[in-house]
Design a protein around this ligand. Structure first.
Ligand code: ADP
Ligand code: MG
Length: 601
């Protein structure tokens, strides 16, 4: 039997490092803690400078109340805080910080310099910490009122942690998302974020949340967002913020943001409550953009659940969730009132905004939006190329005229059902074709062929259009500019998160050019791995998915015929680029069996 190993107390620095692991997971967590400290200090201006995606440098400067020189050693010590004094305080926390461990934790896994000057001090003072140990004395230095925290070489002494960092683009995106959350929560604070000397985000600090939304998501989305405001005096609960109309959605929940008493939180149940508020208005697998601020008495919520303070526990969770669902519902109803006949939202109403033209979308202020009309015929994007108009489509286009690929049966179009599926007859039975998946496949193969040809057909715009993107999407777009050029786009960055679109692939000539660009950076997965080619193909698939005709869009007979014909001409007509089937085959025998013509016998 092996001898028992001796139990020994851990050295203090190791204890700090272990504790730091809970608070400081990645550069974005440092940013979070430093912003919270600045906000707790009453800052009106917070500047964040980042180098090397946060590994080289994170510097947060604020104009808050500062720290007196003699308290600097305490500020970087563990479990030292100015924010709570007693256990009771834990249950009525009004500040963002309270655990007194962030600076100590950060200092134990980096080289930290804290410089601060309260308004009544003549000079600033500075303290330095390396790997948890104070280096040199507290020194007076010149500096403005407020605090600057510099964190260099994050995780230099914790190689294991360093290995777990994601690629720089991902860490940068996490930082952007973090700053964005606080910028939304504190619209009267001016935030400024720089990566490697480049301004990435800045908010005016005028106290207007819509300003911040515009800085983050672009003015178009900001304009479309629906305000939410609900109060429940019994609970002392207020819910305010913005939600997107049902036509403006994402394929992920990352843009569903929640804040409880000014603190960003992750809470799946809150997200579920919002979705419930939308009832059936959202398509399956689609999620709204929502930014909701929930305020309730501090004793009704426990924020001391997790070291990162990103989770909370409500005293009466069900009441809070019900209130959130109701608030969302109410805001949506105010936005799109019941139809005149008293019927509730139909599916058409709900689906329609997805293909509203920019002009429709940009329409009148939402209070007097006319009741939705049934969907109109919209041209299929690439069906309207310069050489052909609807009128010139010959009647016999109803049958696939072009040579279908030999492997596929010749299909005769029967029509469209539910504005979503094409019905066709083949020699061996019935075919149901998912129009969106089919169109995705058609576009994908064409755009891919353009890319492989290395001479993509490009359509210059008469007037370049300008596009403002949220910071993380702007970054993603920049990273993809070369590939996009190889697809026939011509996009120039100019200004902060702004781009000039000068040309789009000819394939999308009839689409709204801003949309044709936006789809390239919407719904990007957190960790897209750039395998050779796979990356381009994914981009191509994403663009085509975004621009393909949607379910619920009624197509003219000519458009149906053209889509069927194009699909049959594809190399892989049976699946969409994401691998889902484009068509379902029902053999004649199956029909006969169903009708009892062909007994089991
Ligand atoms: P906590 O925020 O939980 O109190 P921290 O380790 O983050 O713990 O900070 C320790 C203390 O240092 C705070 O309680 C506060 O008094 C002081 N402090 C930290 N950052 C700032 C800042 N930017 N401005 C003023 N005081 C600060
Ligand atoms: Mg703190």
């Amino acid at each position: 039997m092996p001898e028992p190993r001796r139990i020994q107390p851990l050295p203090p620095e190791l204890i700090s490092q272990i504790a730091a692991g809970e608070v400081v997971e990645r550069p974005a967590s440092v940013v979070k803690e430093l912003i919270e400290n600045a906000l707790d200090a009453g800052a009106r201006r917070i500047h964040i400078r980042v180098r090397g995606a946060g590994r080289q440098l994170i510097e947060v400067a604020d104009d808050g109340h500062g720290i007196p020189a003699d308290q600097l050693p305490l500020a970087v010590a563990r479990h030292a805080t100015s924010k709570i004094r007693s256990a009771e305080d834990l249950f009525r926390i009004m500040s963002l910080g309270f655990r007194g461990e962030a600076l100590a934790a950060i200092g134990s896994v980096s080289r930290l310099t804290l410089t601060s000057r309260p308004p009544d001090a003549a000079m600033a003072a500075r303290i330095r910490v390396e790997g948890g140990r104070q280096v040199g004395p507290v020194e007076p230095v010149p500096g403005p009122v407020g605090t600057v925290v510099r964190v260099e070489d994050l995780f230099y002494n914790v190689p294991a942690r360093r290995k777990f960092l994601k690629k720089p683009a991902t860490e940068r995106r996490a930082i952007d998302a973090m700053v964005m959350r606080y910028a939304l929560a504190y619209p009267d604070v001016r935030f400024r974020l720089e990566h490697d000397g480049r301004l990435t985000l800045h908010t005016p600090g005028r106290g207007e949340r819509r300003d911040v939304l515009a800085a983050l998501y672009g003015s178009e989305i900001a304009r479309q967002m629906i305000p939410v405001l609900s109060e429940d005096p019994d609970l002392g609960l207020t819910i305010q913020g913005f939600i997107s109309p049902p036509g403006l959605t994402r394929s992920h929940r990352r843009d569903m943001l929640f804040f409880v008493n000014g603190r960003p939180v992750h809470d799946a149940a809150l997200a579920a409550a919002v979705l419930q508020g939308y009832q059936n208005a959202l398509m399956k697998g689609r999620y709204p953009i929502s930014v909701l601020f929930i305020t309730l008495p501090p004793e009704a919520v426990d924020v001391n659940v997790h070291p990162t303070k990103a989770e909370v526990r409500f005293r009466d969770p069900d009441a809070v969730f019900r209130a959130v669902a109701r608030a969302v519902r109410k805001a949506l109803m105010a936005h799109a009132p019941l139809a005149a006949d008293g019927s509730t939202l139909t599916q058409w109403d709900v689906i329609r905004p997805r293909w509203a033209t920019p002009a429709q979308a940009a329409g009148a202020p939402r209070a007097d939006v006319p009741p939705p009309e049934p969907p109109t015929l919209e041209p299929l994007p690439e069906l309207h190329d310069a050489t052909e108009t609807d009128a010139s489509v010959p009647q016999d286009a109803l049958a696939p005229a072009a040579e279908p690929s030999p492997a596929e049966p010749l299909l005769r179009l029967v029509g469209q059902v539910a504005a979503t599926y094409l019905v066709a007859e083949g020699p061996d039975g019935l075919y149901l074709i998912d129009q969106h998946a089919a169109h995705e496949r058609v576009l994908f193969e064409r755009l891919r062929a353009q890319w492989l040809s290395q001479q993509p057909a490009s359509q210059r715009l008469l007037e370049p259009v300008t596009l403002v993107l949220p910071p993380h999407q702007a970054r993603a777009l920049e990273e993809q500019l070369d590939t996009l050029r190889a697809l026939g786009y011509d996009i120039e960055p100019f200004g902060l998160n702004m781009f000039r679109v000068c040309a789009v692939p000819a394939l999308f000539a009839s689409q709204d050019p801003t949309r044709a660009v936006q789809v390239a950076v919407e719904d990007i997965d957190e960790d897209e791995t750039p395998l050779a080619h796979a990356r381009e193909e994914r981009l191509i698939a994403r663009i085509c998915k975004g621009l393909a005709v949607k379910a619920g869009q009624r197509l003219s007979p000519e458009e149906q015929a053209r889509l069927l014909q194009d699909l049959l001409a594809c190399e892989n007509p049976r699946t969409c680029p994401h691998g889902r089937p484009t068509m379902i085959h029902i053999p004649v025998q199956a029909l006969e069996r169903q009708f009892g013509r062909l007994g089991p016998r």
